[in-house]
Design a protein around this ligand. Structure first.
Ligand SMILES: *Cc1c(COP(=O)(O)O)cnc(C)c1O
Length: 392
């Protein structure tokens, strides 16, 4: 099996696993135990990891709040910031900031918290993207008002790899006093991402998309320059600056820290390598396959992402035939329904379903790319011969 689905998850790097192992049984202390050496060792390890994650994104250590992953980080940022602003306007007797802005191609872990707030009475604007998958900044500017509490725009898309103009979007939010959140899961460790240079207020991360373990992530919460706040979703012992109570997942956090440090060290070389492999894959496919289009901008894109669709092909048959290559199709997790991201680009339902997402990663080799390009081309050609959709 060839793994080309690195946007879904990544293997734990051997160096990350090695860093984690002592924290399961030898150094098992609770990082909140202040009275003895077991606790201090755990706490020191957590603080080292916090620094490593902070350095990857250009943040101060204290700005990083550990969570169970990016789904939790997105929920904390969106619901937490909304509630903080609601509370602040109520106590100050000022006009309510009861409006939120996001984009239609966001991950479900952003869209669903937004939907819940909409059901609770918040006014939520979901902006479209253009055919290349990019947000229109003029439309964003038009959507933000003096009532906007928070704008959330993902840094890079998990399906089509498209990288949004985060710096400009954040500036537009701030111009009207709104706070800015970005789901930075896919960009972290893949392209330079700096919370100061981009001036974002909240950023969500997860370890398992960058060669760390599953079940650990972080929310960056700005403390410098702009007084942003979030109301906690989980109350308890007041861990993580009161923003996320619960005993810390010390081995997971240590692994996340090591993964962040490795990603930072290897970023320039890895990005160049992934980009070259992506080009090799695209060239290999294009040489043998007609009626193929790339979904989303090729320029503003993660180096390791390729998303293509094939005319006249049944999406399900395509995926079934790729029995030794792990890729994602243009179907949402809930089968048979086309991806909301591809539909937002204006693709037809058939075309969206006949799409493949390739996620190239640290372990991907040129041989694997060549094999995948040949296999996909062969399968597409064979399905075209059989397919009643031939002319579609
Ligand atoms: C994977 C992913 C998430 C969810 O992260 P978890 O840590 O698995 O909860 C959120 N946003 C994006 C863009 C993702 O790719």
């Amino acid at each position: 099996m060839i793994y080309l689905d690195h946007h879904a998850t990544t293997p734990v790097d051997a160096r990350v696993l090695e860093a984690m192992l002592p924290f399961f049984s030898e150094k098992f202390g609770n990082a909140a135990s202040r009275q003895h050496a077991f606790g201090w060792a755990a706490s020191d390890a957590v603080e080292r990891a916090r620094k490593q994650v902070a350095v990857l994104i250009g943040a101060g250590s204290k700005d990083v709040i550990f969570t169970s992953g990016a789904t939790e980080a997105n929920n904390l940022a969106i619901k937490g910031a909304a509630k903080a602003r609601q509370g602040a306007s109520t106590s100050a007797g000022t006009a309510a900031r009861n409006h939120l802005v996001t984009v239609t191609t966001e991950h479900q872990a952003v869209l669903d918290p937004m939907l819940r707030l909409a059901r609770e009475g918040w006014d939520v604007t979901v902006l479209p993207v253009n055919a290349a998958g990019l947000l229109d900044l003029a439309a964003l500017e038009g959507a933000i008002t003096a009532r906007t509490a928070l704008v959330s725009v993902m840094a890079a898309n998990n399906e089509i790899g498209v990288v949004q103009p985060i710096k400009d979007a954040a500036a537009l939010a701030h111009a009207k006093g709104a706070w800015f959140h970005t789901d930075a899961v896919q960009v972290a460790g893949k392209l330079p991402f700096d919370v100061e240079a981009l001036d974002v207020d909240f950023a969500s991360l997860t370890a398992h998309k960058m060669y760390g373990p599953k079940g650990v992530g972080a929310l960056y919460v700005r403390r410098k320059g702009r007084a942003v706040a979030a109301v906690a979703e989980i109350d308890g012992g007041g861990h993580e600056r009161g923003l996320r109570s619960g005993t810390l997942n010390v081995p997971g956090i240590v692994g996340f820290g090591r993964a962040a440090a490795i990603a930072r060290d290897e970023l320039p070389a890895e990005a160049a390598r992934a980009r070259a492999l992506r080009q090799r894959l695209l060239d290999g496919l294009a040489a043998k396959t007609e009626g193929m289009t790339v979904n989303g901008s090729l320029d503003a894109r993660l180096p390791g992402n390729l998303n293509v669709s094939f005319a006249g092909i049944d999406g399900e048959a395509l995926l079934v035939s790729l029995d030794d290559i792990a890729v994602s199709s243009g179907a949402a997790c809930t089968a048979a329904e086309p991806s909301h991201v591809l539909m937002a680009l204006g693709l037809s339902k058939d075309r969206a379903l006949a799409s493949l997402r390739f996620g190239i990663g640290r372990t991907t080799t040129a041989d694997e790319i060549d094999y995948a390009a040949a296999k996909v081309s062969d399968v597409v050609a064979r399905l075209r011969q059989m397919s009643p959709l031939q002319s579609a």
